[in-house]
Design a protein around this ligand. Structure first.
Ligand code: SPM
Length: 292
């Protein structure tokens, strides 16, 4: 199916038999990079939207919900996160959020596709501003290769990837989990986006990855959030650690209201942190390897 038809963009590849559509006012930019098709759209009700290989990555309207939650769920669960690795994250949004955590001193963002960075810098500076923070260093290279060179270095590794298709598929494999474990400091935390609890293919990915994590980590949890611009309005995160101090449901760092105001947080709160780990019963049953 042509994703752009009669003034609407439709994402139909990620949700079998259904699709999410956004009304388009203008195609701001379209190109084929060495890695993927990149499109930036001006939409009628979601503002600017970044689309990679026909999959919606972020929209101006709701990107903060994903970027805040994928950042602060692991960061606020860790007793003292200093060194952070973001694999993917070429739009800058996760770096923007992670830099707000008071104990974080450095954030390495490893993005394979430089064109994503360049285009978001040009057209979506509200996210790419993340790269301007002094804590952030951008590396244009493969995440696997970067981790091989950086062993036992990070307190938190966030995988801010697209879906498990094409080159991204390697970020949803057991070998990738093992590689993250090698690059974590003892007691470190990983957090990866794993799709929607309502999509069958994503459920299979979550089940497989939670099982794979169980061979490597002692604590494994699934958090789920609502976000209108991803299919089914849901996206979930798999978190894991060997740190006995960590209880994912109870944030160790609790942002005060003043801090949340100062950092202009719009979605994350300590209460929502805990609530995100309360998942529907069908997900608990289908994922016996979750420990909390
Ligand atoms: N920094 C934002 C990047 C977003 N990365 C996640 C995109 C996921 C989009 N697909 C969700 C569909 C679930 N199968």
């Amino acid at each position: 199916m042509n994703s752009l038809q009669q003034g609407w963009f439709t994402e139909s590849d990620t949700w079998c038999g259904a699709g999410l559509s956004l009304q388009v006012e203008k195609i701001i930019h379209q190109e084929k990079s060495p890695y993927q098709d990149i499109m930036i759209l001006q939409t009628k009700s979601f503002g600017k939207a970044l689309i990679l290989d026909n999959i919606i990555q972020c929209t101006e309207f709701d990107e903060y919900s994903y970027q805040e939650m994928i950042s602060f769920l692991p960061l606020c669960s860790h007793p003292n996160p200093k060194k952070i690795l973001v694999v993917g994250g070429g739009d800058g949004g996760v770096a923007r959020e992670a830099a707000k955590h008071p104990s974080v001193t450095s954030i390495d963002v490893v993005e394979i596709d430089e064109r994503v960075v360049k285009l978001t810098e040009k057209y979506m500076p509200f996210m790419a501003c993340g790269f301007e923070n002094k804590k952030v260093t951008l590396h244009i290279e493969d995440g696997f290769e970067f981790m091989k060179k950086n062993l036992q270095k990070f307190d938190v590794i966030i995988t801010d990837s697209s879906d498990p298709v094409g080159p991204n598929a390697s970020l949803f494999q057991k070998s990738y989990i093992e590689s993250m474990k090698q690059s974590l400091k003892p007691g470190g935390i990983i957090c990866s986006q794993v799709g929607s609890i309502w999509i069958k293919e994503d459920q299979s990915t979550m089940m497989r990855l939670s099982k794979d994590c169980s061979g490597v980590f002692t604590k494994i949890a699934l958090a789920t959030i609502s976000i209108p611009s991803y299919p089914t309005g849901n996206i979930s995160f798999l978190l894991a650690t060997n740190n006995e101090e960590v209880n994912f449901r109870t944030p160790i760092h609790k942002f005060t209201t003043d801090e949340m105001d100062q950092h202009k947080l719009k979605h994350y709160t300590p209460e929502l942190h805990s609530a995100s780990f309360c998942i529907p019963r069908f997900t608990q049953i289908s994922m016996p390897y979750l420990t909390c």
